[in-house]
Design a protein around this ligand. Structure first.
Ligand SMILES: Cc1ncc(COP(=O)(O)O)c(C=O)c1O
Length: 465
C-alpha cells in the first residue's frame, strides 16, 4: 500500500540520517542556488507516487539541512530531539489530531492536561496554574501578556476583549534593558509599541537591577496598571533577573509580573541551579520552550498563568458549532491564541515520561557542566576571552589576538569554524563587542563533542594571531 511504503521509506531515511548525525558536517553544505535548483521546477501536473516524492524530497534537502539535532550544534538556543519525542511526533502526524476541543481528540486533550500538571510540579509553580501549548516562547510570552492585559484592565473597570484598547486606561510596561526581542514583539501585537515600554537598567551580566526597577516604579503614578517583564536566562549570557527582589517590588505596586524563561526556566528543575529562579512561584505568568531545553522537536512552547480566569478570558472564544463537552474537560483551545493546531502535548508527554524527573534534571545539569568545560578549555588559550559569567548553558567567546582588531578576528574565526563543520555556533554582540555564542542545549552532547569543538575554535584562534 502506498501509504505504508512511504512510511517505511521515511523510517529508512530517518535511520540513515540519525546514524550519520555525529559525523556529517554540522553546517548546510549546499548554496542557496543549489537548493533552489534541486527543489524547483514546475508544479507537477499529475500525482506522483508518495514514496518517490519522499525519496526525491530527502535527496534534494539533505545538503541544505543543518544538523541541529547532532551533538555539536551550539547555535542560537536549539535543543535536540529525544528519541521518544521524535517517535511521538511521527505518531502525532499519523493520528493527525486537532488539539482544539476535547470532542475532536479526547486523547490530545487529556495528554495536555497530564503533561501540563507534570510541568507545573517540575517548575514548582502554584498547583492551580493554567497552561497552554503554543508554537514557542514568543507566542507563550504573547499569551501570558494577553492574560496580564485582561486582568489589569479588568481591575481598572475595563473589558478589553469587548471594548478594545482605544479609550482604555493606559498600561505601563517595564522590561529589563536586556529584554528578549520576542517580548517586545509580543507587546507590539498587544497594542503596546516599543517606544511606550520603559527599559530598566541591567548590570554587566544583563540582569535587571532591582534599584533601577524601584526607581522606575516610583516615577509613575501608583495607580497605573503595570506589567513587569523579567527574564530567566539571558539569550547571550544566560544570566537571570533577580526574581525574588522583583516579585517584592511587583507585589508592592500591584503589578503583574511576567517571566520570559525560554530556556532559563529549566533551572528550576535542578537543585544546583534552582536558586537562579528563586521567587518563580510568586510570579503571575511565565513562558518557556519545550523545543529548546526539553529537547522536543520543533515547534513547542509553553505558557503558565497563576490566574486561570484571566488566562481563559483572554484566549477563549465561542461559536455555535464549537460545542463544548458536557462533563467539562479542559478544552485545549481555551488557553492558546490558535483554534486548530497540532497536538503538541504528545511529544511533551513523551519527553517527560521518557526522562522522568531525574532525567530532566540530569540533562539540564549535564549541559551546564559541559558549558563550563567549554569555557574552561577555551579560557586557557591566551588569545581567547570568555565574556560572561558561565552560570547556565551559555558561553560568550571573543578572539583577541595581540595587536589586531578583535571584532574582525572574532567574526573571521566564527566564519572559519562554521565552514569547517566540526561544530556550529552563532555570533552576537555583547557590550559593543563581537562574540561567538555557544549554547549547550542538546541531550546527546558529550565531553568529547565539547573537546573536539573547543579544539576547532582554538585552532582557528591561533590562525588569527
Ligand atoms: C529568552 C528568550 N525568550 C524568547 C525566545 C523566543 O522563543 P521562540 O523562538 O521559541 O518562540 C527566545 C528564543 O531564543 C529566548 O531566548
Amino acid at each position: 500500500m502506498a501509504e505504508q511504503d512511504a512510511l517505511a521509506r521515511a523510517l529508512d531515511l530517518a535511520r540513515g540520517y540519525i546514524a550519520s548525525r555525529a559525523a556529517r558536517p554540522v553546517r548546510a553544505t549546499a548554496t542557496l542556488g543549489e537548493l533552489r535548483h534541486a527543489l524547483a521546477g514546475p508544479l507537477p501536473e499529475h500525482p506522483i507516487d508518495p514514496t518517490a516524492v519522499i525519496d526525491a524530497l530527502a535527496r534534494a534537502v539533505d545538503p541544505g539541512l543543518v544538523t541541529t539535532t547532532g551533538p555539536r550544534y551550539f547555535g542560537f538556543v536549539i535543543g535536540g530531539a529525544l528519541p521518544a519525542t521524535v517517535a511521538a511526533e511521527w505518531l502525532t502526524a499519523v493520528w493527525d489530531q486537532a488539539a482544539t476541543l476535547y470532542v475532536m481528540s479526547p486523547a490530545a486533550a487529556v495528554v495536555e492536561e497530564i503533561a501540563g500538571a507534570w510541568l507545573i510540579d517540575l517548575f514548582g509553580l502554584p498547583p492551580h496554574s493554567s497552561f497552554g501549548f503554543v508554537t514557542g516562547c514568543h507566542m507563550a510570552n504573547f499569551t501570558a501578556l494577553c492574560a496580564a492585559r485582561h486582568e489589569l484592565l479588568r481591575r481598572a473597570g475595563w473589558d478589553v476583549e469587548a471594548d478594545g484598547l482605544q479609550g482604555a486606561p493606559r498600561l505601563r510596561v517595564l522590561v529589563g534593558a536586556e529584554v528578549h526581542v520576542s517580548v517586545v514583539a509580543a507587546l507590539r501585537m498587544l497594542g503596546i509599541g516599543s517606544n511606550q515600554i520603559v527599559r530598566v537598567a541591567a548590570d554587566d551580566q544583563g540582569r535587571m537591577r532591582p534599584d533601577a526597577l524601584a526607581a522606575a516604579l516610583d516615577a509613575g503614578a501608583a495607580e497605573t496598571p503595570t506589567i513587569i517583564c523579567a527574564q530567566a536566562g539571558n539569550v547571550n549570557s544566560g544570566a537571570f533577573d533577580p526574581l525574588d527582589a522583583i516579585a517584592d517590588l511587583a507585589g508592592g505596586h500591584q503589578a503583574w509580573l511576567h517571566v520570559d524563561g525560554a530556556f532559563g526556566l529549566w533551572a528550576a528543575v535542578s537543585s544546583t541551579l534552582t536558586h537562579h529562579v528563586r521567587g518563580l512561584a510568586r510570579v503571575d505568568s511565565c513562558a518557556t520552550d519545550a523545543h529548546k531545553w526539553l529537547n522536543v522537536p520543533y515547534d513547542s512552547g509553553l505558557v503558565f498563568v497563576a490566574h486561570p480566569a484571566a488566562h481563559r478570558a483572554a484566549m477563549s472564544m465561542s461559536a455555535a458549532y464549537l460545542v463544548r463537552s458536557p462533563d467539562e474537560p479542559r478544552e485545549p483551545m481555551d488557553w492558546v491564541p490558535e483554534s486548530s493546531r497540532r497536538a503538541r502535548g504528545f511529544a511533551v508527554y513523551a519527553a517527560l515520561r521518557s526522562l522522568g524527573r531525574s532525567g530532566v534534571r540530569d540533562m539540564i545539569d549535564r549541559c551546564c557542566r559541559l558549558a563550563r568545560r567549554f569555557a574552561d578549555r577555551l579560557a586557557q588559550e591566551p588569545s581567547i576571552r570568555i565574556l560572561n559569567d558561565v552560570v547556565l548553558n551559555q558561553v560568550l567567546v571573543r578572539i583577541e589576538p595581540a595587536g589586531k582588531d578583535a571584532d574582525a578576528a572574532t567574526r573571521d574565526a566564527l566564519r572559519i569554524v562554521q565552514e569547517e563543520g566540526v561544530c556550529w555556533l552563532g555570533g552576537s554582540r555583547w557590550h559593543d563587542m563581537d562574540a561567538m555564542r555557544i549554547s549547550v542545549s542538546n541531550w546527546a552532547t558529550t565531553d568529547d563533542d565539547v573537546d573536539r569543538s573547543a579544539d576547532a575554535i582554538i585552532r582557528t584562534a591561533r590562525r588569527q594571531a
